[in-house]
Design a protein around this ligand. Sequence first.
Ligand code: PEP
Ligand code: MN
Length: 269
Amino acid sequence: MRETKRSRVIKLGEQEIGGDNFTVIAGPCTIENYEDLKLIALRLKQMGINLFRGGAFKMRTSPHSFQGMGRKGLDVIKRVSEETGMLSVSEIVSPEDVEMMKDHVDILQVGTRNMHNYPLLRKLGKLINPIILKRGMSSTYEEWLLSAEHIRMGGNENIILCERGIRTFDYTHTRNSLDISAIPVMKQLADYPILIDPSHSGGRRELVKPLSWAAAAAGADGLLLESHFSPDDTVCDSQQTIDLEELQQIMDKLPILAELWNKKLAEKI
Ligand code: PEP
Ligand code: MN
């Protein structure tokens, strides 16, 4: 029988991801301006969340949807990170952006639509920044691990997996289906930390809390979720973005659930 392994620990400044740590990364789907991102980041910090997310380059299914602030958004992320002392997470969509993004963002995220973008993965393999590798929405575990291998072969072993829901036969009540089995399975097959994204999995606000708690109870190394002080006013993924009160409710119970796997949430910074 294959054993469920403890994941490797990825260290970034004072923060550690994997091992005995349960890491929460939260923030808006996309950055809209400096003021809002700063406000959200400070509220997250008060809750003990030390990493914030926010997209500058968006991979939208529709070309008519908002595509993100682009380069200006990167300047905003960097400024908020410097002013709050929090670590930043943002999605990289193109190999051409690697040089620019590596100095603006702490952790680079590869989205579901880019898991098979091997030229991008190869370039990320040359960096030292940790990479969050989301699972392709129709990808097998083996394909996901082979994508991680594309990064690792370049020399970058700071890889964090993220299950964000897969395509199944029913999408009437959920945007995707959260594959909770991905947690124990990937822990058997590899030693990368694995995060769960309950926002893109469920695609609805009401599902974020149960999916988050389920992830912690199943042994995930953390969560990557979408949160904003006023979800209805956001330009991207508002239907799945939770407000900060809901996020606080989720946070309140995470220590108990993470404790099932002898994991701890980070200290406040
Ligand atoms: C996101 O995290 O904002 C995102 C676009 O996620 P995914 O690639 O999982 O759809
Ligand atoms: Mn989103």
